[in-house]
Each structure stands twice: as C-alpha cells, then as structure tokens.
Design a protein around this ligand. Structure first.
Ligand code: ADP
Ligand code: GLC
Length: 486
C-alpha cells in the first residue's frame, strides 16, 4: 500500500503564490507522487483556487471547526501535475478580494488566526478516526510554516490522531503570534498554553505549536537547520530548536524543472541551453527593449526579482548602484514590499533612464524574462532559509551573487581560483554582509565578465548542468516519512 501523505499549505503554485512556499508546495508533492507516494494537498479555498480547479467535487462536510462550525471539503486536481488537492470551502474565511494573508492595501486580515486555525484543524480531523472521509486516511501530515503550525497540536492534544506529523520551516521570521484569548476561541486546551506548549511571551504562537508538537522538523536547507539554533537566526525560538536540534533535518529545496527551464520556458522569445547559449543574448535584447533599457549587448545587466524586505538585504545595493551604472552596468528590478525601498529604487530609475528599470508589482512572465535575460542575479539576503531565485539563476546561466547564508551558502559555490579549477564554481559569494561586501563581490564578478569570458562561460555552464530538480531532495523527504511511520 502506498504511503498516504496530507501536505498542508497556505499557498500552492500555480493556484496562488506570494513567494517560494508556493513554488515548493506546487513542486514537492509532484515529485513525491512520482516516487509512488499517495499525496494530497490541503489548502484554503481562496477565490482564485476555486476558480482555477475545474473538476472540484464535494467530498465531505467537516464539523467541529472553531468559530465557523462546519466547512465543505472539495476535491480537485492540479491539471498539469495531476496532484490531488483538497480545498476547504468556507466562504466567510477565504473568498474575498486580496492576497492570502493581507488585503489589497497590505493590511493583515484580522481573522488570520481563524483562517489558519481552521486550516490546521481540518488537517488534524482528516488524520483522526473521526475524519468524515472514510476512504483516504493519511499516515503523515506534512505541515508548512506557521499557517499550519496548530495542526500538530490539535493532532496530539485534541483529535488524538494516529498519523505522524512533520513541520517544514520555510521562514522563522513569520510566526503567527496572537493574543491569548485565541486559545479558547480556537478550541485549544488551556494546559497547552505554557512554555511547554504554544505559549510564547504571553502570546499564542502558531509556529511554536508546530515546532513543539510535530513528530519531526525539517528546514529547507541544511545550513538553515544549524542557523536557526542560534540567536541571530532563531527569532526567539532558538532555545526550543536547540533542544530538538538532533531531530531537525535540513533538506535543500529543488526546483520545478518543467516550469523553470531555459530550454522550454514559454515566457522567453528564444529558448537556450548550456551548449547553445546564443539564445540568451536574444532574450537579453528583448528584455532591454521591453524595459526601455538601452539596447547594448556588452553592458552587464544585473537583475533582481524579490520581495523588498529587510530579509532580502537589497538596501545594501542602494549606496553603490549609481557607481555601478556610471561604470557601464544596467539594472533591472522586479519586486514589491516596503515602500521606502520601492521609492528609493524608483528614484534611481527616474535618474537613470535607459540604464535602470524598476517594476513594482507581481509579474510571473517578467520574473522569468529577468532571470533569463540578465547577466548576473543579485541576492544579498541577510537570511535565506533556502531561496529559489538563486537556483533559477543557476539554471538560466545567470550566475547569482549572494550572501553566505542559509540555502544561498548551500547552493552557490564561489568562483575563486580553486573552484574554477575544479569546475564547481557557479556564482559569487560575499565575504561580508554589508554594502561594501556586496559591492566588492559584484566588482569581482564584473571583472571576470569583462576580462575572462571563457571562465565566465564555464561558470554559467557549471550552474546550468547541475541537477537542481527535486530528484534527490524528494527522496530525502520520503526517507523521513518512512522513518516516522516505521
Ligand atoms: P521568498 O519565498 O522568501 O520570497 P524565494 O527565493 O524562495 O524567496 O522565492 C521567491 C519566489 O517568488 C520566486 O519564485 C520568485 O520568482 C517569486 N517572486 C518574488 N517576487 C516576485 C515578483 N514581484 N513577481 C513575480 N515573481 C516574484
Ligand atoms: C521562504 C523563504 C525562502 C524559501 C521559501 C521556500 O519564503 O524565505 O528562502 O526558499 O520559503 O522554502
């Protein structure tokens, strides 16, 4: 009998996406299904999700949910991967204009504790012997981030589920902490509201609940598994994480190679590969044209696709960007987030027509075109649990320039002499996490780009020929599941 896994997530590509969690939740279940796992995704029925899944069918009504009482459970299939999705239909919670976590003005939804409490509770019920579904009982509940953190707590303390739980930590910066009255509203036992439970500085912490009660913990890169056990990266939970340190497994994310592949990418005017790099030049030209940049094959084009937040460290680029432009570089940014950062980049763009392009907003096709059309990808994150963009940069022959943290450190091999010689060099790693450190690293890359073209091509090829797919990492998750149920 194949192992049954319930994969619980608050965002899943291509149904709804704000960042890398969606990419992982769209692609990891596909890879696991390929390994013979009987996997189903469980997610909220946002309007966008209900509209896209064409074959949705009502399979059950779930009772005893906090605040709303009941919700319908629909079953559908993601067309291009054939992965099954169970969607929680609760109109009052999920069907509204705006994003999965915030309204159109970026204000967090006030009822997020209920919205994601219900998601967690449904997972726990489906894994219990009072599940309304009789023909599909998961042996594993795979939770992701704080939005699903209460599931292991419900499973252990309330629903007495026999299934094992695992929580994957994609980002410790988001913890879902709410005032204590939510404990009762969400039907959680007050006994669990303690240091040995889900209490954190007087608040109910969804993420702490997950870390405390899950049977296993994973992080999205091996380096991040170690980092979060320190005060600098644990966001206050390093103590608990250190206690469970031996049980934390770091597994590097893979990429969806159907979606992110320069040889087949539908968003590019020309496809290319590591042996036929000429197409990349045409993509660069088309990108320059599209963004109103001067058409110039020789100008190094630096790219960014990112949330504009403290995590991503792009403020470190601001002090030196003008110097880079004056030295002949071009710069293309796609992103959105903190308004001070948006404005700072927009002002630089206004001052440098034809040289800097800044697009604020979310744009899937443009993210592919920047990844492919640029010569280098800049990602100086202060912390990065895994990071997918640097992996896309590697796949697209766009060497990433990164800070030495988390998944960036685990995936980017600096182009120093030793690594160039043994053909492992695939990007550039900052020595120091500062504006100066970033500038020094970019200068090193530019020097090689201009003066060592053959080496540059080798660096591109080293990245492009790596196996960045889920092949290996999905097997590691499967091994983790098998260990849990054995
Ligand atoms: P994080 O999840 O922390 O934002 P990742 O590197 O793991 O960082 O994943 C980010 C994902 O979101 C990538 O798929 C990236 O292409 C995408 N992305 C980020 N910002 C935008 C944007 N403005 N438009 C389109 N895609 C974006
Ligand atoms: C989070 C992290 C990012 C990671 C992604 C998917 O959004 O910030 O580093 O790649 O989750 O795991």
């Amino acid at each position: 009998m194949p192992m049954k896994v319930l994969f619980v997530s608050s965002e899943v590509f291509p149904l709804i996406k704000t960042g890398g969690l969606a990419d992982v939740s769209g692609s990891l279940p596909t890879a696991l299904q390929g390994l013979g796992v009987d996997i189903r995704i469980l997610m909220p029925g946002y309007t966008a999700v209900i509209n896209q899944l064409k074959d949705l069918q009502l399979i059950a009504t779930v009772h005893q949910l906090p605040h709303i009482g009941t919700a319908e459970l629909l079953l559908g299939t993601i067309e291009h991967t054939q992965v099954k999705v169970m969607v929680i239909k609760a109109k009052s919670l999920y069907e509204r204009e705006g994003g999965p976590y915030a309204d159109t003005n970026g204000q967090e939804w006030q009822d997020n504790p209920i919205r994601f409490g219900v998601l967690s509770k449904v997972a726990a019920i489906l894994a219990s012997d009072h599940s309304p579904i009789s023909d599909w009982q998961p042996g594993i509940v795979h939770c992701n981030d704080w939005q699903t953190g209460l599931a292991p707590a419900y499973m252990k303390l309330v629903d007495q589920s026999k299934a094992k739980s695992i929580i994957s930590l994609h980002n410790m910066a988001f913890q879902g902490s709410y005032p204590p009255h939510w404990v009762t509203t969400l039907g959680l036992p007050s006994a669990g509201f303690s240091i040995e439970g889900y209490e954190y500085h007087g608040q109910l912490s969804f993420l702490k609940a997950g870390i405390f009660y899950a049977d296993a913990i994973s992080t999205v890169s091996p380096r991040y598994a170690k980092e979060i056990q320190t005060a600098a990266f644990g966001f206050g939970l390093e103590g608990l994480l250190t206690k469970r340190g031996d049980e934390i497994k770091g597994i590097l994310n893979g990429i969806e190679t159907e979606e992110w592949n320069p040889e087949t990418d539908q968003h590019l005017i020309k496809n290319y590969s590591s042996t036929k790099l000429a197409g990349k030049k045409q993509v660069k030209k088309a990108l320059q044209e599209k963004l109103g940049l001067n058409i110039d094959a020789n100008a190094p084009l630096l790219g960014v696709v990112s949330r504009l937040t403290y995590q991503k460290g792009l403020d470190m680029l601001l002090p030196h960007l003008q110097k880079l432009i004056d030295s002949g570089c071009q710069f293309a940014l796609l992103g959105g987030g903190e308004s001070a950062l948006e404005t700072a980049f927009q002002s630089l763009a206004a001052a440098n027509p034809g040289r800097i392009s800044v697009t604020i907003g979310y744009n899937e096709p443009l993210s592919h075109q920047i990844m492919a059309g640029c010569d280098m990808f800049i990602m100086p994150s202060r912390f990065e649990p895994c990071g997918l963009n640097q992996l896309y940069g590697l796949a697209y022959g766009t060497p990433p320039i990164v800070n030495a943290t988390g998944g960036l450190a685990d995936s980017v091999v600096d182009s120093n002499i030793a690594h160039i010689e043994n053909k492992t060099a695939n990007g550039f790693v900052m020595v120091e996490a500062s504006a100066e450190g970033l500038m020094a690293c970019i200068m090193r890359a530019l020097d090689m780009f201009h003066h060592a073209k053959k080496t540059w091509r080798q660096i591109q090829k080293n990245g492009m020929s790596q196996n960045l797919s889920w092949d290996n990492s999905a097997k590691e998750y499967l091994a983790l599941y098998q260990k849990l149920v054995s």
